[in-house]
Design a protein around this ligand. Structure first.
Ligand code: NAI
Length: 342
């Protein structure tokens, strides 16, 4: 009989509610996958304060070694301050594919549940964040300038990921989201690559459509059922995936994955929620669903299914944190999930 070696995972609790939801996660995993070897490493504002770097070398080394990361949210200063360690991680490990599934976990009155996936390019576009100021009139910093790019190779890499994902997961329709009517080169290269790749290698494999990002935002609100899998460039994908998270229960329920060739990093879509940090009321589900994506990625599909079933049962039973309209605390929710792991 072959035994499956235990998983080694780099765990970054992060800032704000990060340590609380990480404790909840560790509690669930102590029953679900007790053999996991966790390497707890620093990332974010606290890492910056304690180690002088929001992404210390030990964190990079750990990820390079394990190839699998799970992170809590990190707090990044608005305007000025250090660069987002998450953006640095995406660059360092070329985590080019961002996967954000959104589905209804809570029962809805008669309405069919939504089940959407947003695939976002993770390394190019406006997130390149190469910015500078230039003078305008009397103001020496009156102009803010950002340089960014989308490449044909980068577009092809993410589109191929999205199209293959659609095939593997039985998605019926792929919507390519762009703004090529205005950004004729920047967004045009993405759209052109999508058309070509679809025509050459995926014709007939799924329903293919193209949509301008602003119209897409409206249609997502008015007719979300018409979508299945959306693929877009970095910034558009970021915004649309928060929108789909809002449609399906809010940020506390939205998982995410950043996938590269050698390293995959899993994280909740939400931020560090400073408004509720330290109160023990954060919803741990988004991080747990991100861990389920990690288990899928690592080939532990039975464990992933067990976890998702326990989460669904817990929610259906009405164990809800305040963001979902309930009164359960973060650890109550974790415990309720543990008791439903069958
Ligand atoms: P946020 O996602 O932290 O919070 C937005 C709202 O959602 C808040 O009312 C918060 O209480 C609520 N919320 C978020 N997650 C929740 C959870 N698990 N349970 C219950 N309620 C939850 O977004 P915000 O306030 O814009 O950003 C705060 C900080 O987080 C910023 O420093 C930002 O840079 C950072 N951030 C980090 C991200 C990451 O590490 N991936 C992603 C987004 C923001």
């Amino acid at each position: 009989m072959t035994t499956v070696p235990p998983l080694e995972i780099s765990l970054m609790p992060g800032d704000g509610i990060g340590p609380e939801i990480t404790d909840a996660l560790l509690h669930v995993f102590s029953v679900l996958e007790p053999e996991v070897g966790w390497e707890i490493v620093p990332l974010g504002l606290r890492a910056h304060e304690e180690h002088g770097d929001a992404l210390p070398p030990q964190t990079i080394d750990s990820l390079r070694r394990t190839g699998l990361g799970l992170k809590g949210p990190v707090q990044t200063p608005l305007i000025g301050g250090f660069r987002s360690p998450l953006v640095r991680l995406r660059e360092t490990f070329q985590l080019y594919a961002n996967l954000r599934p959104s589905r209804h976990w809570l029962p809805r009155d008669g309405a069919p549940p939504l089940d959407l996936v947003v695939v976002r390019e993770n390394t190019e576009g406006l997130y390149s964040a190469m910015e500078t100021h230039a003078p305008a009139g009397d103001d020496p910093q009156g102009l803010a300038i950002a340089t960014c790019w989308n490449s044909r190779a980068g577009s092809e890499r993410i589109l191929r990921f999205a199209f293959d994902y659609a095939l593997r997961h039985g998605r019926r329709k792929v919507t390519v989201v762009h703004k090529a009517n205005v950004l004729k080169k920047l967004s045009g290269i993405f759209l052109e690559t999508a058309r070509q790749l679809h025509e050459e290698a995926y014709r007939g494999a799924f329903e293919y459509e193209e949509m301008i990002v602003d119209a897409c935002a409206m249609k997502l609100v008015m007719e979300p059922q018409r979508f299945d899998l959306l693929v877009s460039t970095n910034l558009f994908g970021d915004i649309l995936s928060d929108l789909t998270a809002g449609l399906t229960g809010g940020l506390g329920m939205a998982p995410g994955a950043n996938i590269g060739r050698e390293v995959a990093l899993f994280e909740a879509v939400h931020g560090s929620a400073p408004d509720i940090a330290g109160r023990g009321i954060a919803n741990p589900v988004a991080l747990l669903l991100s861990a389920a994506l990690l288990l899928d990625h690592a080939g532990r599909t039975a464990s992933a299914l067990r976890l998702r079933n326990a989460i669904a049962l817990t929610l259906r039973h009405g164990v809800l944190t305040p963001d979902l309209g309930g009164e359960a605390r973060c650890m109550d929710m974790a415990q309720a999930i543990v008791t439903r792991l069958v």
